[in-house]
Design a binder for this molecule. Sequence first.
Ligand code: PLP
Length: 353
Amino acid sequence: MHWSKTQSRARFNLATSGVASFPLCELPIDLKELEINGDNSYGYAPLQQAIAAHHGVDPDCVVESEGTSMANHLAMAAIIEAGNEVLIEHPAYGPILDIAQYLQANVKRFRRAEEDGWAIDPAEVRRCITPKTRLIVITNLHNPTSAFTLNSVLREIGDIARSVGALVLVDEVYLDAVYENTPRTSFHLGPEFLVTTSLTKVYGVSGLRCGWILAQSDLAWKMRRLNDLYSATPVYPGELLSVAAFQHLDLLRERARRIVEADRKLLRDFLKQQSSLSAVSTEWGTTSFPRLSRDCGRNADAFLDRLRSEFDTSAVPGRFFEMPDHFRIGMGVDTEMFAEGLDRISRALRQSD
Ligand SMILES: Cc1ncc(COP(=O)(O)O)c(C=O)c1O
């Protein structure tokens, strides 16, 4: 997070994970209706209802949060006690690991294998689980690879969790980037599931910090009470704008979709031409996680430093996902910039050969 706030900038910035900003002037709203203060002690009812309707769940199961970041923190803090065992996928989005460590969990890992297209193997989860496991954490789509996990696999994970009285946390911040037959949230799969997500990555309105958790109502209430310690009350104008965003969600999503799809096509063509890169191709998602071949030193850091200093282009080092021979490329911001960024990556790779 610190790296992305301070060192990811470049003219050709492929170190992104979310789509282009959606401009306020294109959101069909009457700004005179904005207000600073309002009734939102434990969330703003129209926003709770909009989120609940979006997922087909009871509003009592919706906990507002500042982005998926705070959603993950609240969810894990409400469940984990020091010493509890938590199973987290590998590779993982770093802050998820950091939260578990901050809460003094005993963190164990289950592997997503590149040779299996980064899929979750339930047998691997079964091998790692113990009676002490309190929580299993998954991202769907997976960050950094964008691998998609089917409900049938999630159901198996739910069965494994239930067998030891554990819960399954699914971070679905990228799930709505499955633009066709978008799956329903895994919250519907059973009482052992809880879900975190937000409007930040797929809808281009990150600045609203509109995030939430879906949890069974007793656990949801525990999270709201815990949030009294952190954010106390949400930002009311942000909630009003978030309700407006929900009213025009298709508009926001379609605008981003056009860019993501154009970028994915460019990325596929690019990868076909790169002998020093290999990557699992995914149908959906805003990120890809190529691996550098042995000839390029197999440590992406040196390559990415040169890419930034000599080619003014950035991508995220794989070390942030515990895989230093990989790097992450983000799609969905600006297709012209993306095309030029890819071209610069290929020139930098040619220099390394
Ligand atoms: C898997 C995952 N969860 C959560 C977040 C944080 O999202 P937000 O901006 O909604 O806090 C990110 C951001 O990159 C992410 O990749």
